[in-house]
Each structure stands twice: as C-alpha cells, then as structure tokens.
Design a protein around this ligand. Structure first.
Ligand code: CP3
Length: 333
C-alpha cells in the first residue's frame, strides 16, 4: 500500500509521507512557462496533456508521496454552466447564476463539459512516477462553492451583505451541489483517484449557529458517499474554530489542519489521522527556520498517524530550493 494510505488506513505512526497543497503551481518556473503560453486558466485545466504534465512537474523535482490533479474547485460551477474566469491579480470571477437552467442540467451534460479533468487523472495515474504513490482527487465543499457561486468572487474575509437573503435558492443550490459533487467525486475515482480531499477554504466565515446547516450536514453527505466507494477522504475546513467537533461530527478518514490552530491541542483532542499545519510563510524564511518548524510538527505528531503538508497552499513567491529542503527534512526525520 502507498505510504499515505498506510497512515490513513493502518494508522501507521513510524512513517511521514508528504505532499503539499498547490504543489503544482506558480512557484515552479516550468509551470509559469506553460502558463505564459496559456492565458486561459480553465482551458489549461481542460487540456489533458498539459494538465497532466503540470500535475507531474513537482514529482519530477521532489520526493513527494502523491500527485494532486491540476484542476480547480471552480471547475464544478463551470460544469454547471455558470461562467468562471480567472483574472490576474483579482482571482476568480463568476457570472450570473441561472437556477432554472442548472436545475435542469443532466449528468451527461455536466460530465461532457469537464470530461478532460477525468482523462487527465487517468493519464497521471498510469504514469511510472506514481508507482506506490497516490493520485489525489478533490472537490470544493458545498459551503465554499456556495460562497463563490453567490458572491461571484473571493469573499476576502467578508460575504456580500445580503448573502443569506434568498434562503429558498440557497437550499436549492445546496441540493444541486450535493448531486453534482458526488458525480464529480465518483468520476475522479473511476479514473484513478485513490484519495479524495474536500477543500472548505471559507469554513471560517460562518457563525457557529450556521455550521450544522451549511457545513456539517452537507459535508457529512459527501464523506459518507466517498467512504461507500471504499476511498479514503480527507477534509480541510480552513479556519474552522472547533476541529474536534467538526471531526467527531463528519468523521473523515483524516483531517487537514490550517496554520492558525495549535497542533499540540489537535494531537491531544483528535483521534483520527492528521495532515498539514505548517504555515506556508515559513518557506519564505531560511533553512534553519524551516527545519525547526517542520520538526516541531513532526515531534508533536510523532505518535499520531500524520501526513506532512502545509496549513494552506504553497505561496507563489516560494523558492523551489526551499521546497526541496523541506521535503528532504521531512524524509530524513
Ligand atoms: O497543486 C494543487 O494543489 C492542485 C491544483 C489546485 C488549484 N486550485 C490550481 C490553481 C487546487 C487543489 C485548487 C483548489 C482551490 N481553488 C481552492 C481550495 C484551496 C485553497 O486555496 O483554499 C480554492 C479556494 C480555489 C479557487 C481559486 N483558484 C482561487 C481563489 C484562485 C486565485 C488565487 C490564486 O492563487 O491565484 C484560483 C486559481 C488557481 N487554482 C491557480 C492554480 C495553480 C493559479 C492560477 C494561475 O496560474 O494564475
């Protein structure tokens, strides 16, 4: 079995597999090279040859234990026919949401629109570089996708004022998301994804009283679905205040923590395998600090099933040499 699944399924504590969120991305010159020639980000994600090549780029440089498919959580609203664009320095911009139209969308139309993502997963999974390593598929959590679909852009710490005004539509969108996210998960698995990660990047925006409705129940539905397909699922509820309560309610196979929570508290409170935590900004410092911080996480979780990762995506300004140093530090531990 691959090291990551040994940690997740067999609860092994004597190995420290590593992969990094956004490992295929702008900090790599070979990615920027391809990106420069492909100004349309969505089209790039839908180019199976290039997206599989980009997915494998970090594995050619570093001794990572998984590939995460080069795509985006917003390919889902794109598949639902909501317009999605990526503007430089602004991030994603979404178009008008036509509820009548997406209510009538069929599974076939959705799959046809983003089929290249599944083909890329198939290409990547069959590559020699992934021998005894995992291809990680992913989806955005219903809450985070709802945020983008209604807000139409990154909320940057704040939702639009009347975000919750149309409760009937929100209920309807959540039902549609539940259906199509499951289709998206199933197709990624059928094409070679061995693990699914659910990104809830905006979990921290909600009040405690809204968690059950918008995060706990909708995410539980996806976690149970993925488990029923015998594939492990990792949840990353970035910014959530109570990781313990979240883990006990949703029961993912592993929980990915952000850089704002205290890892010692997590190791005491949470029984399931843990992933991540180190602040991506540490990679912008020096080797001594990187080693110290990486070891801090590895020491804290030395008797806990633990997958090394960061507490959010690697930053575009990171020196690939520092990433190399981090991977080697974790492997030598
Ligand atoms: O290596 C990997 O992690 C795989 C690919 C991946 C991307 N996006 C590629 C990408 C993954 C797993 C994502 C997930 C994603 N996308 C999330 C959840 C994780 C998180 O960061 O919180 C979110 C919220 C998005 C939505 C999104 N996509 C935003 C807000 C942005 C703009 C901000 C930015 O970093 O530029 C994107 C664009 C994006 N997705 C890029 C990449 C490599 C940058 C595109 C570029 O080259 O300009």
């Amino acid at each position: 079995m691959s090291p990551i699944r040994e940690v997740i399924s067999d609860k092994k504590t004597n190995i420290n597999p590593i992969w990094i969120m956004r490992q295929a991305g702008r900090y790599l010159p070979e990615f920027r090279e391809i990106r420069k020639k492909n100004p349309n980000f969505i089209k790039l994600c839908l180019n199976q040859k290039l997206s599989s090549e980009i997915t494998l780029q970090p594995l050619k440089r570093f001794e990572l234990d998984a590939a995460i498919i080069f795509s985006d959580i917003l390919m889902l609203p794109y598949g639902l026919n909501q317009k999605v664009e990526f503007k430089k320095n602004l991030g994603p911009l979404l178009g008008k949401l036509n509820l009548n139209e997406i209510s009538q969308l069929s599974e076939e139309e959705f799959v046809k629109k983003i089929n290249q993502v599944y083909k890329a997963i198939k290409l990547v999974s069959g590559n020699q570089l992934l021998k005894n390593k995992d291809t990680i598929g992913f989806v955005g959590a219903p809450w985070t996708l709802l945020v983008y679909m209604i807000n139409k852009r990154s909320p940057k710490f704040k939702l639009i004022d009347n975000f919750f005004s149309d409760k009937t539509s929100i209920k309807k969108i959540l039902e549609i998301l539940d259906k199509f996210i499951k289709i998206h998960i199933k197709n990624q698995i059928d094409n070679g994804a061995k693990i699914i990660q659910i990104f809830d990047s905006w979990a921290g925006l909600l009040n405690e009283s809204d968690l059950l409705k918008y995060i706990y129940n909708p995410t539980l539905s996806l976690v149970e679905f993925t488990k029923s397909l015998n594939v492990p699922v990792i949840c990353f509820p970035k910014g959530i205040k109570n990781y313990k309560e979240y883990s006990e309610f949703i029961k993912p196979d592993a929980i990915s923590i952000d850089y704002e929570v205290d890892p010692s508290l997590i190791s005491k409170e949470i029984k399931i395998p843990v992933q991540g935590g180190m602040d991506p900004k540490v990679l912008l410092t020096d080797k001594e600090t990187i080693k110290k911080e990486a070891k801090r996480y590895l020491d804290i979780f030395k008797d806990h099933p633990y997958i090394f990762n960061l507490g959010h995506g690697i930053l575009p300004e990171t020196d690939p040499g520092m990433m190399d140093y981090l991977v080697k530090t974790v492997k030598d531990y």
